[in-house]
Write a protein that binds this ligand. Sequence first.
Ligand SMILES: NC(=O)CC[C@H](N)C(=O)O
Length: 427
Amino acid sequence: MATAAFNLALINPSTFILPKSPNPTKLRVCTLRCSSATTNAVPGLSERPWKTSDARLVLEDGSIWRAKSFGATGTQVGEVVFNTSLTGYQEILTDPSYAGQFVLMTNPHIGNTGVNFDDEESRQCFLGGLVIRSISISTSNWRCAETLGDYLAERNIMGIYDVDTRAITRRLRQDGSLVGVLSTEESKTDEELLEMSRSWDIVGVDLISGVSCKEPYEWVDKTNSEWEFNYSGRDGEAFHVVAYDFGIKHNILRRLASHGCKITVVPSTWPASEILKRKPDGVLFSNGPGDPSAVPYAVETVKEILGKVPVFGICMGHQLLGQALGGKTFKMKFGHHGGNHPVHNLRSGHVEISAQNHNYAVDPASLPEGVEVTHVNLNDGSCAGLAYPAQNIMSLQYHPEASPGPRDSDYAFGEFIKLMKKVKVNA
Ligand SMILES: NC(=O)CC[C@H](N)C(=O)O
């Protein structure tokens, strides 16, 4: 009888799914697995020559997922989001827009290429943690500098593996984003971790101030030659772009530099008046973590700049532009995170496969007349791009810089160059 119940549980994970219950004493564990993974095996020193589960992911709905840890140890709270990218885990780990979130990779096998010196998208990892199905037991790549586990441990980022990522993804798709707690601390009870997850919220929190640079700096690095497949925009003229760092990804800066721009990066709180004094040819509002409604100071800055100089907003920058134009943003059910999101460019008629990472979106119905929706996400019809030609504004909800992901939308940087050029010529 007991054996039958055990087998049933293994083949049907939903057996272990617990209803969201205010009574934490009813907690049970979602997965029960043995594995022959040998990553941490210490022959002769352990009764079992394989690593057994030593971590828990406790979700706010009351479900508990037993897992194995890699990277840092400890206890961490965050919002769980799933990312459908097949490659590019290092760029994802260093995308500052994941601050406050645990990234669950739907691709089951992660870590096989290790990490390298070139693919960093920011100065550190800001995400809460990494959740994967299987960590590669060997690392092989010509650029590999170290293993994923060592990299995360050095940066104090928790990772877990041997967890049913497919079941968690299905739950997030069904119920929406969930807050969770990752812990390797046996001393903490399930109830304590559940309480922690339920008393934490990502909505309404200014996460930008924790990731933005503290002082302005100049950026000069370009993307390498494999990116030179598109309109280069270089015509001997170096446009000066000021980039607001709300959590900016380096490839945005590299792409602008490759188009010949002279770039000054400024902190998120830098006054608009200081920017306008420098008379830039354009201003870029970058991607960044969290809720756009939690940073009214940034919306005010955007408002002060609009109409005075051409602007380009990317992701968080697009959301802040939407609000500055009088529109509203809202939290999506589980957002878009991955490198395979189809977007319809309404101006060209083309479909772009895009890189995306956002949980909030602009409500197009809330925007004033004259603002044009230029791009639509084909998965759910949400607004993926805006333009307000009267004020030389363009923005995208997704990532034309890719990194990781397809480069279909790279033309957007060329369009920004054209916008700056048009305004300069007519000045
Ligand atoms: N990549 C981003 O800029 C993310 C924007 C915002 N934090 C969101 O989740 O919607």
